[in-house]
Design a protein around this ligand. Structure first.
Ligand SMILES: NC(=O)c1ccc[n+]([C@@H]2O[C@H](COP(=O)([O-])OP(=O)(O)OC[C@H]3O[C@@H](n4cnc5c(N)ncnc54)[C@H](O)[C@@H]3O)[C@@H](O)[C@H]2O)c1
Length: 387
């Protein structure tokens, strides 16, 4: 199949593009390098150095014999999106290309507006381009488990059978997202469902959990193919941050008591889930939702697991939670769709955590300690507007 990977220079988009290429698909990548700009803006960098996109593409051509075409531009530029779809003629589009940090979206009005504009307008441009150019294209879009929040009932796979006053209907599962970033994903989900229902497009929305890990079989083939490894309080995901704190012998910073439970997934499984979704497309008119997680743990449990294996003795430091969220709650998620397509998960293992320790040890001198302390307070996004 011809697969266009949007956000193909990012943490997940790059290794997924290589995984799809290795699986025999004709892959192209698109990116506007916004993620590299956020690093400059925030004064942070990936722990593992990453090469410019063209160097990465040259390295993949050397090791695999396949040269992936690249399209550099912004999804918010509709003409660029249309021209790319007309030129590459994809069968499937995998859409990772959004601003994906909750804290970044909560810095202030400017960052909230940027996040929603970038994410919602980019996805809308894409839906219009697909409808106009080839409605048969299957859109595989990265959503997040954070769209659901933490409701006090089981989380179904996207849809909920509702009985009300003696009548029944199948409704989109009600969402209680926790940041302007998560809200942007909810808006995307609604726009996609509408486009499938009204225009007969086909889409798979992958509500993905927190990703951990840094290496896939493809990126391991050459150091120039490495993907990002973020640990800072804005872009770092929780397990990756705990790994680095352990290697440095620093306290693992848990927000509040750490009772927040989150769905998680190994980076290798992310890439495999995308392959499965691409190779088993949704039907025309279908808005299909999968919960892309393989297990869930509370933040306190993640900290304990990492601390028990840590190469240096570490303590847990409970910080005042900068976010506004349920600190202890019910969490039970249906996630049968992807295993039904053949996903065999890599569950969080001691071996994986130890391999991450190795990566963190290698690049420990690049760590900026200050970047790990949370600076964005959920409640002050609004108070900044009042001042
Ligand atoms: N990393 C996680 O733990 C996680 C968890 C759940 C969901 N997701 C979702 O998966 C997707 C990828 O996440 P990631 O961690 O790889 O993020 P990332 O920021 O590393 O990658 C996103 C890429 O998209 C590009 N991009 C952003 N806006 C763009 C635009 N308007 N036009 C073109 N390119 C644009 C960025 O430059 C970046 O390279 C995101 O949509 C994110 O919400 C990630």
């Amino acid at each position: 199949m011809r697969v266009l990977v949007l956000g193909g220079d990012g943490y997940l988009g790059w290794p997924t593009a290589l995984h799809l290429s290795d699986a025999g698909h004709e892959v192209a990548v698109l990116d506007n390098f916004a993620r590299r700009q956020y690093d400059h803006e925030m004064g942070v960098q990936s722990l593992v150095p990453i090469e410019p996109l063209q160097v990465r593409l040259d390295a993949w051509a050397e090791v695999s014999g396949k040269r992936l075409p690249s399209y550099v531009g912004d999804l918010c530029d509709a003409e660029f999106v249309n021209a790319t779809l007309r030129e590459f003629e994809p069968d499937s589009i995998v859409h990772f290309a959004e601003q994906r940090s909750a804290p970044y979206s909560m810095i202030d009005r400017k960052h909230a507006v940027y996040t929603q504009q970038n994410n919602v307008v980019g996805t809308l441009n894409l839906l219009f381009a697909i409808a106009e150019i080839n409605p048969d294209i299957h859109l595989v879009k990265l959503g997040t488990m954070g769209e659901y929040g933490t409701p006090n009932i089981d989380i179904e796979e996207g849809w909920l059978e509702v009985e009300h006053n003696g009548r029944k209907d199948r409704m989109l599962y009600p969402k209680k997202p926790g940041s302007f970033y998560h809200l942007s994903k909810v808006h995307d989900s609604h726009n996609m469902e509408f486009s499938c229902r009204i225009w007969g497009l086909r889409a798979t929305d992958l509500n993905q959990g927190v990703v951990y890990g840094q290496e896939t079989p493809q990126t391991a083939r050459d150091p120039r193919l490495a993907t990002r490894f973020d640990y800072d309080a804005i872009f770092g995901t929780v397990l990756n941050r705990f790994v680095i704190q352990s290697v440095l012998g620093h306290p693992l910073t848990v927000y509040g008591a750490g009772g927040q439970t989150r769905g998680m997934i190994d980076i290798r499984d992310t890439a495999e889930c995308i392959r499965l979704a691409v190779e088993n497309p949704a039907e025309r008119g279908e808005f299909r939702v999968f919960n892309q997680i393989t297990e869930w743990m509370s933040v306190a449990e993640i900290a304990k697991t990492v601390a028990n294996l840590s190469p240096r003795p570490v303590e847990v430091e409970n910080l005042t939670n900068p976010r506004v969220e349920e600190v202890s709650h019910y969490y039970n998620v249906v996630h049968t769709g992807l295993p039904a397509l053949g996903l065999e998960p890599h569950l969080l293992s001691d071996t994986l955590i130890q391999s991450l320790f190795g990566i963190a040890e290698e690049y420990a001198s690049r760590v900026d300690l200050a970047a790990m302390r949370p600076t964005v307070q959920w409640r002050s996004t609004a108070s900044k507007m009042r001042s």
